[in-house]
Design a protein around this ligand. Structure first.
Ligand SMILES: Cc1cc2nc3c(=O)[nH]c(=O)nc-3n(C[C@H](O)[C@H](O)[C@H](O)COP(=O)(O)O)c2cc1C
Length: 186
């Protein structure tokens, strides 16, 4: 199963256009999750306390864990996340916070190191930017570290299109080039 996590916000999203194109190359068996359409919230005092109690009991039947369980069983993952304020929209962070669940997506080794429990071999991070991505660490880099270091997903691939909002940019040309880069991966 391909899990396509759509962290885009705009209806006419270029990031989603690229991610759709990529998804079409990977699999017909897709679970599509548009974060903005779900009630995905940042952790608050009550949710954190509830989650800790359930994790301690290893009771993962609560609906709260539906996204973490979906993430664990995916074979391949696409995360579509536009470049916002040097990283990505906050809904993406809220989602990642929701799926970092001890006992589900990862466990701790006896030395206290996270060990990933996720099945996916590869995660594609798809982004587009109005200008140049001046530092990849905050969006792609952070997600790649999380995927490799916590979830156990060995390969993370960045797909990007930059300078889309620069006056005079050939937007169609840039998008076409990004799609050609995707073609080369298959
Ligand atoms: C809230 C917001 C923050 C943004 N921050 C940046 C930024 O820090 N650097 C940049 O180059 N472009 C920035 N942009 C422009 C977007 O990266 C660009 O328009 C991108 O293609 C949007 O993706 P989308 O078409 O998938 O919505 C921002 C746009 C929005 C709406």
């Amino acid at each position: 199963m391909l899990l396509y996590i759509d962290g885009t916000v705009r209806n006419e999203s270029r990031t989603r256009e690229l991610a759709d194109y990529l998804a079409g190359k990977i699999s017909d068996n897709v679970e599509y999750l548009r974060l903005c359409e779900k009630n995905i919230l940042p952790m608050d005092t009550q949710t954190l306390s509830m989650r800790e109690k359930l994790c301690n009991k290893k009771d993962f039947e609560n609906p709260y864990f539906v996204y973490a369980k979906q993430f664990v069983k995916a074979d391949t993952i696409i995360l579509a996340a536009p470049y916002w304020d040097l990283s990505f929209p906050s809904i993406v962070k809220a989602y990642l916070e929701n799926i970092c669940v001890v006992g589900l997506t990862f466990s701790y080794s006896s030395e206290g190191m996270p060990v990933g429990n996720c099945r996916a071999k590869k995660l594609y991070y798809v982004t587009t930017a109005g200008g140049k991505i001046i530092n990849e660490s905050y969006g792609y880099g952070y997600t790649a570290d999380l995927a490799k270091g916590m979830f156990g997903i060995k390969e993370v691939q960045l797909i990007k299109a930059e300078n889309l909002d620069i006056i005079g940019s050939d937007v169609n040309g840039i998008m076409l080039e990004a799609k050609k880069e995707i073609d080369k991966l298959f």
